[in-house]
Design a protein around this ligand. Structure first.
Ligand code: ATP
Ligand code: LTN
Length: 329
């Protein structure tokens, strides 16, 4: 069976963007792939974060994984920090990635731009190295992610090629990013030229947000002066973003969504329909989240996930250690 692996950083409250671009696609993978989903808690340390906030977000994220339909019988759910092999592999593969290529990563450039240039953490710079270790440790064939993470998976592909060529053997499996054809980059509702992000504010919809507030945000979403509803990212970014949200949640194409709204000429009616679909989906997630968040299920799932993940990770790490010449392996 082919393997799929992905993860999310517990750096804040998950948004509708995280859901549409990534989370929503994770349970789909468990039907066809051996599925590994983890909490990237070590990655959450790449920018300053309050310890209690990180702890709570970690628990929340596991609850949301389960609430969105991940089944622990079909998916191995675990914490990155629970499997020390991630850090061990990181220490090896960092020698096969170049500072030049890391400094060209869009996410690094965006996240470091607002920092004091003399105090950019090494972990933020080396973020994609650890991400490569995450992917390679499980021999992942596919990696479902949103648009912004595609570049990191491409870097991982370069590393695999470089490493396997050097040791003249298929030590690492070549991973493939899977980016949704609709909804890989959901934009802010107040500024549809900016990505909806956990670290953003008013224009972002959170999975655990009150439904009345979500509805209000959608009804107030930034749009243009026209009244026709069609997809035009350049001239109608707000309408295009709402159409994308609608199409993703309905599992239809943008064309089908345009067709559905073609006789509607009032943005208010359009937004109401989008809000209905979003609220219906989020209400289901919140109901399940509330059932799970205070139960023992979270710790049970993580314990079992840790064992399963560790047994695979150990095997792959040993294979790599052998290949590079670590004594006794
Ligand atoms: P931060 O603001 O802290 O950088 P983020 O919201 O970008 O966080 P990540 O943890 O970097 O979230 O991303 C988790 C997953 O969600 C990734 O696969 C990412 O590509 C996807 N994702 C994040 N934001 C969006 C978005 N606006 N639209 C679609 N997918 C997204
Ligand atoms: N960088 C990802 C989180 C992440 C990840 C991974 C995703 C860390 N390691 C491995 C897929 C595969 C993000 O969500 N920002």
């Amino acid at each position: 069976m082919k393997k799929s692996l992905s993860g999310i950083k517990p750096t804040g409250k998950l948004t509708l963007g995280n859901y549409i671009g990534a989370l929503r696609n994770f349970p789909k993978m468990q039907e066809e792939y051996e599925n590994y989903i983890f909490v990237a808690d070590l990655h959450a340390l790449t920018l300053p974060i309050d310890p209690d906030y990180l702890r709570n977000n970690t628990r929340d994220l596991v609850a949301l994984y389960l609430a969105c339909g991940l089944d622990p019988k079909k998916t191995t759910i675990f914490l990155q920090s629970d499997v020390s092999e991630h850090s061990e592999l990181n220490a090896i593969i960092q020698n096969y990635l170049y500072m030049g290529e890391l400094s060209r990563m869009t996410q690094f450039k965006a996240k470091s731009a607002s920092l004091n240039q003399n105090a950019i953490g090494l972990g933020l710079f080396a973020y994609p190295v650890l991400m490569c270790a995450d992917i390679l440790l499980y021999d992942a064939d596919v990696v479902p992610v949103g648009e912004d993470q595609k570049q990191h998976v491409e870097l991982c592909r370069d590393l695999v090629h470089r490493f396997n060529t050097r040791y003249k053997k298929e030590i690492f499996k070549m991973p493939e990013p899977i980016v949704p054809s609709v909804g890989a980059r959901i934009m802010s509702l107040t500024d549809p030229t900016k990505k909806m992000s956990k670290s953003g504010e008013k224009g972002d919809i959170y999975l655990l947000e009150d439904l009345t507030s979500i509805r209000k945000k959608i009804m107030r979403a930034e749009t243009d002066l026209g009244s026709d509803i069609y997809f035009d990212k350049e001239n109608k970014p707000g309408i295009s973003n709402l159409l994308t949200i609608y199409a993703s949640l309905k599992d239809i194409s943008i064309k089908e969504a345009e067709e559905h709204f073609k006789d509607l000429h009032r943005y208010g009616d359009f937004k109401k329909e989008v809000a209905d679909v979003v609220c219906e989906e989020i209400a289901k997630i919140q109901q399940k989240y509330n059932e799970i968040i205070n139960s023992n299920l979270i710790d049970e799932v993580l314990k079992e996930g840790k064992e399963k993940a560790k047994s695979i990770a150990k095997m792959v790490l040993t294979r790599v250690q052998k290949a590079v010449g670590i004594y006794g392996k």
